[in-house]
Design a protein around this ligand. Structure first.
Ligand code: 3HC
Length: 303
């Protein structure tokens, strides 16, 4: 870091202290990976109960990781888990959690107003050099950045589910993101052991822009009576090498999430056939059948 006494903060930030806002599946996964790679992590959510659940999730995911990584040395595996857990602290007060943060990653509800309020609030609390990143899957990062006085230090860090397993992170630069911020985010991603790709702040970035229309077309193909869910899933797994078929993957991602993303894009481009709705998807979501997390979506799951 080039230290300077000027008010200019256009510099490269080496990210050590990370604050993750949101202890859901994505937030907990990001916290886990950052803590596993020696970062000091503060995980923030609204209640201690949520945070307790998130810490439990991190621990059980670490056990799965360790079972493979330390298969012939379980003791070192236990030490590793303990060390990683020590790198994570929790806090229900976002203001207190950002006072020494180099990077804030928000992984909260996909609601622009709530994200803007959060970024606007944290902007006043966090040090000048702190970078703000969003893990949003489909909302414009620039709209969140505009709620802060630091749009040059805002960007996207889009992780994939399950975060500990998926090697990719999309690093999103808006038209205001400074090259130093992008570089810091790219370096952070590499320090996590992930592979970054650079994206523009466009709907769905790279992966979801291709993946979500693909999943929607699988649903519509099924609705047209041109294939059973099972055959479509087998087809894409064995014929295209996907680890999960589109129906399995939709259940895994969450049907409400797929619907939310598609509905948002259709509002912006009503005539784009890629964003056409699916009656079946709408019906399942309205019945609360949201996929794996609710134990029923296109398929049924046991706990
Ligand atoms: N934590 C730690 N380890 C995990 C894990 C987790 N949450 N999930 C899976 N694993 C590891 C474990 O080591 C597991 O071994 P275990 O059975 O001993 O615990 C190993 O993965 C294998 O898992 P499974 O046997 O359960 O199943 P698979 O071999 O199919 O692997 C998978 C699971 C990695 C999830 C694989 O199926 C896959 O890659 N699926 C596609 C996922 C994908 O496309 N994700 C992107 C979704 S889009 C998205 O996230 C963007 C958003 O914005 C919408």
């Amino acid at each position: 870091i080039q230290r300077s006494f000027s008010s200019s903060v256009v510099r490269n930030v080496v990210i050590k202290n990370v604050t993750i806002i949101g202890g859901g599946q994505m937030g907990a996964g990001i916290a886990q990976v950052a803590a596993s790679t020696g970062h000091s992590v503060t995980l923030v959510d609204m209640t201690d109960d949520i945070l307790k659940k998130a810490m439990k999730g991190i621990q059980s995911s670490l056990r799965r990781v360790v079972k493979k990584k330390f298969s012939d040395d379980p003791e070192s595996g236990d030490d590793f888990i303990q060390k990683v857990m020590q790198n994570v602290s929790t806090n229900t007060n976002p203001a207190a959690a950002v006072t020494s943060s180099d990077l804030v990653v928000e992984a909260i509800v996909e609601n622009m107003k709530i994200k803007q309020d959060l970024f606007g609030f944290l902007d006043k609390m966090a040090p000048e050099h702190t970078i703000f990143a969003s893990n949003t899957s489909s909302l414009p990062i620039s709209d969140m950045a505009s709620a802060t006085s630091r749009p040059d230090r805002c960007g996207g860090l889009h992780f994939f589910n399950p975060v500990p397993m998926m090697k990719l992170v999309e690093v999103v630069a808006t038209s205001s993101t400074s090259p130093e911020t992008s570089e810091s985010l790219l370096n952070f991603t590499k320090a996590l052991g992930k592979t970054p790709v650079c994206c523009k702040d466009t709907p769905g970035f790279i992966v979801n822009r291709l993946l979500v229309p693909y999943m929607m077309e699988a649903l519509r193909l099924h609705e047209r009576g041109h294939g059973s869910k099972e055959d479509i899933d087998i087809g894409m797994k064995l014929g295209a090498g996907y680890p999960m078929g589109p129906f399995e993957l939709s259940d895994y991602v969450g049907l409400d999430t797929i619907k939310f993303i598609t509905d948002g894009w259709r509002e912006k481009e009503p005539d784009n056939p890629l964003f056409a709705p699916s009656d079946l998807l709408n019906k399942l979501v309205s019945e609360g059948k949201l996929g794996k997390k609710s134990l029923q979506g296109f398929y049924k799951y046991s706990k």
